[in-house]
Design a protein. Structure first.
Length: 340
């Protein structure tokens, strides 16, 4: 997630600056061709160009709106996970009590449940980061390699924080081994929580109403996980995403033929202004398309995605402090204006 107030020129260029080169080459080619040949037949009247441009802008705007909804929903999902995690922790801390079990054993039971929940959060994050076929890091040729490098560079900046996770084992080795080979480990972690909760109820550590309320909170994690998996596993409808790129490409292809006709009316020397103005207009449309395209999949681990690592660490800190732990990790801090 980008946390800068504004993007500097370097960040803007890294995002879409490489498109300026081919845009400049295309605008220059048509301008040079027209200037030296004066072929009137290659020009396009501006009226149909403006109609096409307006239609494309509306279409791209619709796509960007829907892409933003997916991005914002991902943040709302993790916001709900934060709230429900805190509810779970405070309920486990204060609801679980018994006169027949010594306090040290009872405290270990509470600690095991909350530790398992922290493990659940990081496991869910890892599952959501597994690339799907349609995400940018899996694209072929140049752009896939470019996005993989960008993700690797971001993950390298957070290497210390990511390596720290392996030094904080929240699951016992025997339990951890029991999850090996499972397709959805996060789901089974909540299932194990339900199993322990049922044991607490049978042993009289929680009453019926407390059991129901605790199970309701556990079920809420299935709800939020399912919503996140829906975004991850169901791509933005390709008929919208793909045709948006097609329409922008058509407009940018026709753009110099329309602009050169307008500038030629002002004189042969002024026709060269077609190049900077054409590049500017084309770049705006290309960037609009890119913004929507990169907002479609908020769980790729790229710079604009939901900051799952930071959210997991926030919940981790809250739960450990509720348990009275002393070895508390530090919050995740932004690196180069990006919070992971």
């Amino acid at each position: 997630m980008i946390v800068r107030k504004t993007l500097n020129l370097k960040a803007i260029y890294e995002f879409g600056g490489h498109h300026l080169w081919w845009l400049a080459a295309w605008m220059s080619l048509i301008t040079v061709l027209y200037h030296y040949t004066h072929w009137k037949w290659i020009t396009i009247p501006w009226l149909p160009m403006s109609v096409i441009g307006t239609a494309v802008a509306f279409y791209v705007g619709f796509k960007n709106n829907q892409s933003y909804d997916r991005l914002w929903e991902s943040r709302k999902i993790w916001g709900a996970i934060i709230n429900n995690s805190r509810m779970l922790a405070t309920m486990v801390k204060h609801f679980v009590a018994s006169d027949t079990i010594d306090q040290q054993t009872l405290q270990q039971l509470k600690k095991r449940m909350l530790y398992r929940h922290i493990a659940y959060l990081y496991t869910l994050r890892e599952q959501l980061l597994v690339p799907t076929e349609w995400e940018h890091v899996n694209l072929r040729w140049l752009f896939g390699s470019y996005n993989r490098k960008r993700r690797d560079r971001l993950w390298t900046a957070y290497r210390k924080e990511l390596e720290e996770l392996s030094t904080r084992p929240y699951l016992e080795s025997e339990e951890l081994a029991s999850y090996e080979g499972l397709a959805n480990k996060a789901t089974h972690l909540i299932d194990r929580q339900t199993e322990d909760l049922a044991k607490l109820y049978r042993n009289g550590c929680v009453n019926m109403m407390q059991h129901i309320e605790l199970q309701r909170v556990l079920n809420s994690f299935y709800d939020e996980q399912g919503k996140a998996e829906r975004i991850k596993k169901f791509p933005f409808p390709r008929q919208y995403g793909s045709f948006s790129l097609v329409f922008v490409s058509i407009f940018v292809f026709l753009l110099p033929f329309g602009i050169v006709a307008e500038f030629s009316k002002l004189g042969d020397d002024v026709v060269w202004l077609c190049i900077p103005f054409g590049v500017l207009v084309g770049w705006i449309y290309v960037l609009m398309e890119m913004i929507g395209d990169y907002s479609e999949n908020p769980f790729e681990g790229l710079f604009n995605d939901a900051p799952m690592l930071s959210i997991c660490r926030t919940i981790e800190i809250d739960l450990l402090q509720m348990l009275g732990e002393n070895n508390i990790p530090k919050p995740i801090q932004p690196k180069n204006g990006i919070l992971m």
